[in-house]
Design a protein around this ligand. Sequence first.
Ligand code: HEM
Ligand code: HEM
Ligand code: HEM
Ligand code: HEM
Ligand code: HEM
Ligand code: HEM
Ligand code: CA
Length: 476
Amino acid sequence: MSIRENKAEQQAIGAVPAIKENETRASEWGKHYPRQYDTYMQTRKSDEIGDVLKDDPAIVVLWAGYAFSKDYNKPRGHYYALEDNINTLRTGAPVDKKTGPQPTACWTCKSPDVPRLIKRDGEMEFFTGKWAKYGDEVVNPIGCGDCHDSKTMKLTLTREHLKRGLDAEGSLKVADITHQDMRSLVCAQCHAEYYFKKTEWEDKGEKKTAAVVTYPWAKGFSPEQIEQYYDGYGFTDWTHQLSKAPMLKAQHPDYETFVTGVHARNGLACADCHMPYMREGGVKYSSHKVGSPLDNIGNTCLNCHKGTEKEFKETVELKLARKNELARQATDILARAHLEAAKAWELGATEEEMKPALQDIRAGQWRWDYAVAGHGAFFHAPEETLRTLANAISKGQDARLKLRIVLAKHNAADYVAPDFSTKEKAQTLIGLDMPKLIEEKKTFLNTLKQEWFKESEAKGLYDPASRKDMVLKTSY
Ligand code: HEM
Ligand code: HEM
Ligand code: HEM
Ligand code: HEM
Ligand code: HEM
Ligand code: HEM
Ligand code: CA
């Protein structure tokens, strides 16, 4: 039976009312499409927290002065997208709708309630204000409404920031998108590098500033082209607390790196490996258990390749080990550069003396982050990933050479950076008061977070099935 007949069969199951426009509860869609829903719910099985800062404490130093230094984990299943966003120390501990630290934009890639709210309130209003403003409205994790049209079930793009990004980049204009492209582009709505573009607007005569999620693609997808885009107008995400370098943060450029790899060049889409076709009796459907393709090598890799599951696991592990080897060198070098720069400032180095080294730190750390922030890039695009890491190491070493000369001028040629070999040591070194941050967060989790779900339930938005057996898991 073809996939299309299968849809018809499922729609004919019975007198289930049609899915409402703007329906964000997956269990409602699931009444029509039980196989997709059941496999979608299995993303709950990927529930382990992988603490990146603990694995490589140098990263705490790289992000000093930025929220990522408090808490950063490997991704888990889509089921946890909202939960992790609410629980991370990065979103802090607001006490009402107006307290910080993050903007509303942090909800953008976590829930189908986001396109619903953008439709209701307009994009500018959505991107204005603090994250907590929408706590009682964004209550369902990534779901059907993020990728499908409820009337036709066709794949659809619900995020305007992707459409604008594609048209600005130009190699795949929105008007030319094919169905196979859509099987990657639904993912690219979230799995891509972004920044918050400050945008002035007027609301009934009142001046407001929105932080609009924007893809920096107008000059291309490569790390060098995106850097040029940011350098073009002196953009920085933050000023580094130790080195004072003007920093950039790369977030998961999965799509940008994937397109450079051998699988994309052979026409594969994300869904080919992350949502393989399954067979149940005579029925064929797409697995909605988006996760590691290595859990299902038989239905993914071995559709095209010859070999055994064991060989494919080993090949992927070897690629990961190669990436990790270079990534570790990059973080160690860059962390030392930040600490050496801090020492130089302390000894009275001038802006003029420091500037060239700080530019190298910015460029090196951007390259490292771009190469590793997409957790699958080591496989999707191994050559591009290793090339970018090699350049990160080279820029980091340039910075350290320049800093040695500055340190020598200030009589500290033999300066050795302090110990940052554990997450605790590194967080203490950059002055984070972790017990206080955790205490405040726990208060938030026991108060405002609880109220959000109660209020949204009263409004008929929240789907209890979406938090079935949810257990609190965090890095702290
Ligand atoms: C996590 C792939 C669509 C946002 C993940 C993971 C994979 C993945 C493999 C890690 C899962 C795990 O470790 O178990 C894909 C693919 C997509 C897609 C192939 C398209 C078919 C989306 C969309 C969004 C999104 C549309 C935003 C609405 C996220 C987030 C996480 C994640 C936020 C991390 C969740 C967490 O750790 O709490 N994705 N994704 N993804 N994805 Fe997607
Ligand atoms: C993963 C928070 C903005 C897309 C995550 C995770 C958290 C999180 C807690 C789970 C893993 C981790 O610890 O990083 C936030 C916050 C944001 C924000 C606080 C605002 C500052 C965004 C935006 C997008 C996005 C705007 C889409 C353009 C994703 C994706 C993942 C993810 C794709 C999976 C990442 C991976 O594979 O490592 N986010 N997010 N996030 N987020 Fe966000
Ligand atoms: C395909 C339902 C969530 C991406 C389908 C199909 C149905 C469906 C009925 C067509 C038949 C098939 O290929 O199995 C649902 C339901 C969802 C859901 C009920 C919520 C429980 C999502 C999400 C994404 C997504 C969150 C994106 C991250 C896709 C893709 C296909 C697909 C890429 C293959 C489309 C094709 O090649 O024709 N889904 N879906 N779906 N869905 Fe979903
Ligand atoms: C890993 C997303 C295309 C095979 C990942 C991860 C993400 C992701 C977020 C990290 C998962 C984690 O660490 O938990 C995407 C997106 C794609 C895409 C957005 C399209 C732009 C593909 C394709 C293939 C593939 C086409 C197969 C040829 C893999 C493999 C891993 C991976 C083997 C490593 C899994 C592991 O370490 O267990 N992908 N992917 N991906 N992806 Fe993809
Ligand atoms: C190439 C692994 C899934 C088609 C490769 C290569 C590896 C690999 C290691 C050599 C290139 C490199 O090192 O980057 C995997 C794994 C898969 C998977 C682990 C499952 C997660 C698929 C699927 C297809 C496919 C599903 C077809 C739909 C290809 C093609 C090439 C390739 C066409 C290029 C080979 C050539 O140019 O001769 N794959 N693959 N792969 N793969 Fe896959
Ligand atoms: C993969 C080129 C000879 C077997 C690949 C890939 C390229 C390639 C570009 C994709 C992986 C990548 O990008 O690294 C070539 C060239 C050859 C050659 C230029 C001649 C000089 C051969 C021969 C064999 C072979 C003689 C077999 C005896 C494979 C296999 C893969 C591969 C098994 C892994 C991908 C897969 O499983 O589909 N080759 N190749 N190649 N090649 Fe070759
Ligand atoms: Ca960024």
